[in-house]
Design a protein around this ligand. Structure first.
Ligand SMILES: Cc1ncc(COP(=O)(O)O)c(C=O)c1O
Length: 399
């Protein structure tokens, strides 16, 4: 058999996939599993939007399943443009939007278009584990500024100002995964100003922009002096709850960059899933997105409260920040793991095997995630959230 390429072999399978496979195996063996792994929406997509979509594709089978322009359906791009105006008060012409196959596709395309192999990219870690994998995939080097629970996972402005001088781009999310923090406005302003001055690309991942419980999403376009450095990367996985539909979008006032991205998207998949583009267009046009969010946000908030309270109750020595957004609680379990002589990866595997509770090890999100655990709180009802966290407490000998 011919060998696989060195570049492919150099990328390791993420422990995330290993744990998801372990959860599946336990389920197949008939074990009850409390699954805290996936960043999935906790409720299904809006039934009325889906019904209208099904009616639309039944009547328009040819149109719904044909190739569409690589940049995305004009009907959807117009709706995204109106949606950005409605929520953020920002003017983004439909021509400045590329529809992508999910936010991750937007991240990969944006990194490819703005960097060359060997370039450095600044991350604010702990961060979405795929950022690390994507940098490796593209032959990029990571620089990082660390965040911790003490500062509510806000990065240090001094670190950012220093490191922006060494990188081609900064990539970060707000609201964030796994820390759930919303970037502080002062920090956002400092990033935007310094990156404008140094002509560093700002790749801003806004996948969770509507999943905010207290405070508000930060629209970075309001702070950049040079709007052409800013690339916003959105997703339909979280707010209209179609992660398996694989749909997202990128927008920027930089028309040259958008042209590059469209060219690259043509190579990487031709066009984002067309039936899903119709679904998203219907969702936005008919106002179903607002209604869906109105329904789910209070449910997520209750689950957030349950998760945070349970961590305080059953893991009192964990350091934890109360999430004000996003889908995750991210406690630091250092004292417990030290007592048990476990690292966070072994801990999550043993916890799954012994208690049937599956959560993600913090170290996959970056060096500052070591000894933390990521618990998704939106995918289970309050009772199950509490039960799962109580089982973690039992496993760690606290309960
Ligand atoms: C911060 C962040 N960005 C982007 C994504 C990618 O989402 P998708 O590719 O499903 O749109 C995720 C998924 O969990 C995420 O957490």
């Amino acid at each position: 058999m011919p060998g696989v390429s060195r570049r492919s072999a150099s990328i390791k399978t993420s422990p995330h996939r290993v744990l998801v496979a372990l959860a599946d195996e336990l389920r197949r063996k008939g074990r009850r599993v409390i699954d805290f792994t996936a960043g999935q929406p906790g409720l299904p997509p809006d039934a009325r939007a889906v019904a209208e979509f099904i009616e639309f594709i039944a009547k328009n089978t040819f149109t719904a399943f044909r190739y569409a322009p690589t940049q995305g359906l004009p009907e959807l791009r117009e709706e995204i443009s109106a949606d950005l105006k409605r929520y953020g008060g920002v003017e983004v012409p439909a021509d400045n939007i590329l529809v992508t196959s999910g936010g991750l596709d937007g991240i990969i395309l944006s990194l490819y278009a703005t960097t060359d192999p060997g370039d450095r990219v600044l991350l604010l870690e702990p961060c979405y584990s795929m950022y690390w994998d994507t940098l490796r995939f593209l032959g990029l080097e990571a620089e990082w500024c660390s965040e911790s629970v003490e500062t509510g996972f806000q990065p240090s402005v001094d670190c950012i100002l220093e490191k922006l001088g060494r990188v081609k781009a900064i990539l970060f999310a707000s609201p964030d995964n796994p820390t759930s923090r919303v970037i502080d406005r002062g920090v956002a302003k400092a990033i935007a100003e310094e990156a404008s001055r140094r002509k560093v690309w700002v790749l801003y991942d806004v996948a969770y922009k509507h999943i905010v419980y207290e405070g508000e999403h930060v629209w970075l376009e309001k702070y950049v002096e040079d709007p052409d450095i800013l690339v916003n990367i959105g997703s339909f996985s979280k707010d209209i709850a179609i992660p398996g539909g694989r749909l997202g979008y990128v927008y920027s006032s930089n028309k040259t960059l958008i042209r590059e991205l469209v060219k690259l998207k043509g190579i990487l998949g031709i066009v984002a899933p067309v039936p899903m583009q119709w679904l998203a267009a219907i969702y936005l046009k008919k106002g179903w997105k607002e209604r869906y969010l109105e329904e789910v946000l209070p449910v997520y908030k209750r689950r957030r409260d349950a998760a945070y309270d349970a961590v305080r109750k059953y893991l009192p020595r964990a350091r934890v920040a109360k999430p004000t957004a996003s889908m995750y609680v991210f406690p630091d379990l250092s004292p417990y793991l030290a007592e048990r002589g476990l690292n966070d990866l072994d801990f999550t595997v043993k916890l799954a095997e012994e208690k049937g509770v599956v959560a993600l090890p913090g170290s996959i999100f970056g060096p500052s995630g070591v000894n933390h655990v990521r618990i998704t709180f939106v995918t289970n009802d309050e009772k199950t959230v509490e039960e799962g966290i109580k089982l973690i407490g039992e496993f760690l000998g606290e309960v």
